[in-house]
Design a protein around this ligand. Structure first.
Ligand SMILES: [Zn+2]
Length: 283
C-alpha cells in the first residue's frame, strides 16, 4: 500500500491504518468565514478563496481526493474554470498529487516556493527531502508553475494572500495568510503547512549532507507560524488543528467555533515537541 505509506508520513504521530483510510474519506464542504471555504476531504485539507475576479485554491490533496475537491467546489456553486491560482503547502503526494487534475480542469497557474517548483515540474521527490526513500510515488508533472518569493503576496481582485516560507518538513514548504470578512468584520486566516519532523531511511535532522539546514529551517518555521496573526487556522491535515471538531460545534457556537487566536501557537508547540522527540531518537 504505497499510498498508505505516504499518507502516514505527514502526521505528527503515526495514526492507525484505519485512520489513514479515512484521510481520503468523504467530507462535506463548508464555509470557514466570508469568502473562504473548506473543500478538502476528511483528512487532507484544501481551501477555496473566492472573489469576483476569480478564485484561489490552496492544495489539491492526493490524486484520488482531487475528484472530491472538484465536486465540493461545484457543490458550493463555484466554477472550476474561475480558479486562477492553485497554491501549495508542501511538495508531498498527499497535498499536491491531486493538483494535476485540478489544474487540468481549471487552467490555473500553480504558485509555490522556489524549492518546491522543480519537484512540482518533474513530479519527482527531491533527494534532500527528509522522507526521501519512503514510498513516494511519482506525481504528474505540473505546468505552468511559478515560484513566489518569501513574503510575496498573491493579488486577485480584493483578495491578497501572503506567502510565508516554512521549510523543514520539506525544503519547499509554504504557509499562507489572508484576511476574510463577514459584515465588515475581519478575521486573520492562516493555512499552515506541516511542521512535523518525520524522516525516511538514513535521514537525521541532527545532521545530514542532503539537507544540512533541515533542523534550523524547521525551528525557524515553527517560530514563524507561532508568530502569525491567527484567528482561524487551517492546517494541511485538518486533524492537526481539530478543524472538523470545530465544525461540529458550529451548530451551537456559529462561526465562533472556528476562531481561536491561540491556535497557531498550539500548533507550533506540537511541531516543537515532535522535533525534540525526533532529535532524541537520533542520539
Ligand atoms: Zn508531508
Amino acid at each position: 500500500m504505497k499510498r498508505t505509506a505516504v499518507l502516514l508520513s505527514c502526521l505528527a504521530a503515526l495514526p492507525t491504518l484505519s485512520h489513514a483510510a479515512e484521510w481520503e474519506g468523504a467530507q462535506d464542504p463548508f464555509q470557514l468565514y466570508g469568502n473562504s471555504y473548506y473543500v478538502g476531504t476528511a483528512g487532507l485539507s484544501s481551501v477555496l478563496i473566492t472573489s469576483p475576479a476569480g478564485h484561489i485554491l490552496i492544495d489539491g490533496a492526493s490524486p484520488k481526493a482531487a475528484v472530491q475537491i472538484a465536486a465540493h467546489i461545484r457543490q458550493l456553486g463555484f466554477k472550476l474554470e474561475d480558479i486562477r491560482y492553485i497554491l501549495t503547502s508542501h511538495e508531498h503526494y498527499d497535498h499536491v498529487g491531486g493538483i494535476a487534475e485540478l489544474q487540468r480542469l481549471s487552467g490555473a497557474t500553480v504558485l509555490t516556493s522556489a524549492a518546491a517548483k522543480p519537484v512540482l515540474e518533474t513530479g519527482k521527490t527531491d533527494k534532500g527531502d527528509p522522507q526521501f526513500g519512503n514510498d513516494m510515488p511519482d506525481m504528474t508533472p505540473l505546468a505552468p508553475v511559478r515560484a513566489l518569493r518569501d513574503g510575496e503576496t498573491v493579488e486577485l481582485g480584493p483578495v491578497s494572500i501572503k506567502a510565508h516560507y516554512t521549510p523543514g518538513h520539506t525544503k519547499g514548504g509554504v504557509s499562507w495568510t489572508w484576511m476574510a470578512y463577514e459584515n465588515g468584520r475581519p478575521m486573520n486566516m492562516v493555512y499552515a503547512d506541516s511542521l512535523t519532523a518525520i524522516t525516511g531511511p538514513g535521514f537525521r535532522y541532527s545532521g545530514n549532507t542532503v539537507y544540512p539546514n533541515a533542523k534550523a529551517d524547521l525551528e525557524r518555521s515553527i517560530a514563524r507560524v507561532a508568530a502569525l496573526p491567527c484567528d482561524i487556522l487551517v492546517t494541511a491535515h485538518p486533524d492537526a488543528s481539530g478543524l472538523l471538531e470545530k465544525q461540529a460545534k458550529q451548530k451551537e457556537l456559529g462561526k465562533a467555533a472556528f476562531v481561536n487566536p491561540g491556535a497557531c501557537v498550539s500548533y507550533a508547540d506540537a511541531g516543537r515537541r515532535k522535533l525534540a522527540q525526533t532529535l532524541a531518537g537520533e542520539k
